[in-house]
Design a protein around this ligand. Structure first.
Ligand code: NZQ
Ligand code: ZN
Length: 384
């Protein structure tokens, strides 16, 4: 196992009616709260009215309109409004995009950089201060509610990039599973695929004798495999939903990733698919992962065999390819598309993206930085 530091200060308040029961106690009485939300769902499903009822006159301003794959321009405008309102605390009400957006807003509200995109290009190193904030989660998928990472887009230049800083952990996150019963099927599917891939990218690398992390990763994958079909068959099944939701938070709160090699190449390639062709984040992952695993079947061989045996209970001296097929079958069974053709992406598009990726990552990506050059085209051809 590699040496590691682990720090996670997020207070999680999980359960039905926790907005009504806990929000007003989680925010100090003298805070001046600025509420940030997405493009209308939080209003429609009544979450914002519960937030207003809980915080009353502590709310000094609201910004609605953070879009999926939040754009730096929108976030820059929101942070101006937060500063103008002289807010002391921000409340993010939404899914991963709103919470990620608030991570940037909270930093920019303090830093007031002339170009807030520098927060992203510095990968968070520019963040020396940030307003405190809390989150009310309305879409479980990304794990943003319990981590310090954020993914921001700059739509003007077609970029989508991540940053991280310990200064942008939420102070608390309220996770009320009943709030997510309003999610459309597409977002429920996204909420299965995204955490599944988060676990795979911290697990399917090379073994370093990290026994607990391996078993924890396998446990999360097993829960996703068991509970997802029940949720897809009955979108009102709240008990199975709760298990998916906590699995999603646990997939990216840092615990399973400590002391182990990680491989975020499915995400890095997926972000480009989102930036170019507008696939939802999780849709991009469902397309890339099976092909990437087939490409890396040898370099990830040991862990793929263990994954097949322990997670899918496969028997045989070489179950690696079968385990990858089972993964793709699972995505298809819950309703995800695993081919780029479903999104109208052509062979010529793939070629141009592959050469851009080779330029973007000249030193390679993956746990051993082995994916580079022509490999991007091989992987993208496998997604067609
Ligand atoms: O904009 P609103 O009106 O809120 O609607 C949203 C949006 O259209 C809607 N929605 C949210 N809660 C709802 C709801 N609709 C009905 N009922 C509800 N209860 O769902 C749509 C998608 O929302 P979004 O927040 O974009 O989805 P998600 O949570 O999947 O977040 C995706 C973003 O997170 C980033 C992705 O790259 C992407 O930008 N990620 C963040 C990570 C992190 N911070 O650790 C890691 C992830 O790998 C990921 O990259
Ligand atoms: Zn993700």
């Amino acid at each position: 196992m590699f040496p590691f530091e682990y720090f996670n200060p997020v207070k999680v308040v999980f359960g039905e009616q926790q907005i009504e029961k806990s929000l007003s106690h989680l925010v100090l009485p003298n805070e001046k709260v600025f509420v940030c939300s997405g493009q209308g769902s939080a209003e429609r499903i009544g979450v914002l009215s519960k937030v207003r009822a809980a915080l009353g006159s502590r709310i000094v301003g609201e910004f609605a309109g953070i879009e999926p794959n939040p754009d730096i321009e929108t976030l820059a405008e929101a942070s101006k409004q937060v500063r103008a309102a002289d807010a002391t605390f921000i409340l993010a009400v939404g899914g991963g995009s709103v919470i990620d957006g608030v991570k940037l807003i909270a930093a920019q509200a303090k830093l007031n950089l002339s170009d807030p995109w520098q927060i992203v290009t510095s990968r968070g190193r520019k963040i020396t201060d940030a307003l405190p904030y809390g989150a009310v989660l309305t879409l479980s998928a990304t794990g943003s509610e319990m981590n310090s990472g954020s993914v921001v887009s700059r739509k003007a230049s077609g970029e989508k990039k991540s940053f991280q800083s310990p200064l942008v952990f939420p102070r608390f996150s309220i996770i009320d599973p009943s709030v997510m019963l309003s999610l459309p099927l597409r977002q429920v599917i996204n909420g299965i695929v995204d955490p599944y891939v988060h676990v795979i990218e911290q697990y399917l690398t090379f073994p370093v004798q990290a026994k607990l992390q391996e078993r924890q990763a396998e446990a999360i994958l097993s829960v996703l495999l068991e509970e997802s079909p029940k949720v897809i068959a009955d979108l009102t099944n709240l008990e199975s939903r709760k298990n998916l939701i906590w699995a999603a938070t646990s997939a990216l709160n840092g615990a399973i990733g400590v002391g182990v090699p990680q491989d975020w190449s499915t995400h890095l390639i997926g972000h480009e698919l989102t930036a170019r062709w507008g696939l939802d984040h999780a849709q991009s992952l469902a397309v890339v992962l099976p092909s990437l695993l087939r490409f890396a079947v040898d370099s990830k061989g040991h862990m793929l065999q263990q994954y097949g045996e322990r997670v899918f209970h496969l028997k045989g001296s070489d179950v690696r390819l079968e385990a990858i097929q089972k993964t793709e079958d699972f995505f298809v069974a819950v309703g995800a598309q695993t081919k780029l053709a479903s999104y109208g992406v052509s062979s010529a598009d793939c070629e141009s993206l592959a050469s851009d990726l080779a330029r973007l990552y000249p030193h390679g990506i993956g746990e051993k930085s082995e994916i580079k050059g022509q490999d991007f085209l091989t992987i993208l051809k496998g997604c067609k």
